[in-house]
Design a protein around this ligand. Structure first.
Ligand code: HEC
Length: 146
């Protein structure tokens, strides 16, 4: 490559670095806090609870584990938005509050809609086998219907 091409590449990389650094100062629109746990559903078994926290808890409870990349823009914005939306539908840490989508939980698990596919990229242990899906769906139906 000619030196002028290298110069253009260097300038573009420089611009990307500056933008990448600058967006770190843009506050996350949704805060990344874990409010206190108020009350949990009457879990039908420890296994249902365990699988739920493994595959769903980061977005549907107040006990979210925030990894380092969740503190780095622009991922931080997307992750915080997903957690806020997820908690708004179903939050097992605020069972005393309104649960808009608890009755759909078994269905989204069976259909493979949840956990969100993008989440599985960084959380391979949240991947559920067919048997785990069946068991979790039954467990959630029993736990959330009470
Ligand atoms: C990475 C975060 C994340 C994980 C992990 C996750 N969810 Fe969700 N969940 C969401 C978001 C975001 C929405 C709202 C989707 C929308 O608005 O389209 C949602 C919506 C839902 C809904 C409402 C129905 C719907 O499709 O909108 C249910 C029920 C649900 N999730 C259950 C679960 C269960 C059960 C698990 C575990 C097997 C799980 N979720 C894992 C983020 C997550």
């Amino acid at each position: 490559m000619s030196s002028s091409k290298w110069r253009i590449i260097a300038v573009l990389v420089g611009i990307a670095v500056v933008i990448g650094a600058a967006i770190q100062f843009v506050p996350t629109p949704v805060s990344r806090v874990n409010p206190p746990v108020q009350s949990e559903p009457p879990w039908d078994s420890p296994a249902t609870r365990e699988t739920f926290y493994r595959a769903c808890g980061d977005c549907h409870s107040n006990q979210t584990a925030w990894p380092w990349y969740s503190r780095t823009a622009p991922m931080s914005w997307l992750i915080a938005a997903d957690v806020a939306k997820g908690r708004g539908r179903l939050n097992v840490s605020e069972w005393n509050g309104r649960q808009r989508s608890a009755d759909e939980a078994a269905e989204v698990v069976l259909e493979g809609e949840m956990p969100l596919p993008t989440y599985l990229i960084m959380h391979p242990n949240a991947r559920l086998s067919e048997e785990e899906r069946q068991a979790l769906a039954l467990g959630l139906e029993a736990s959330f219907a009470r």
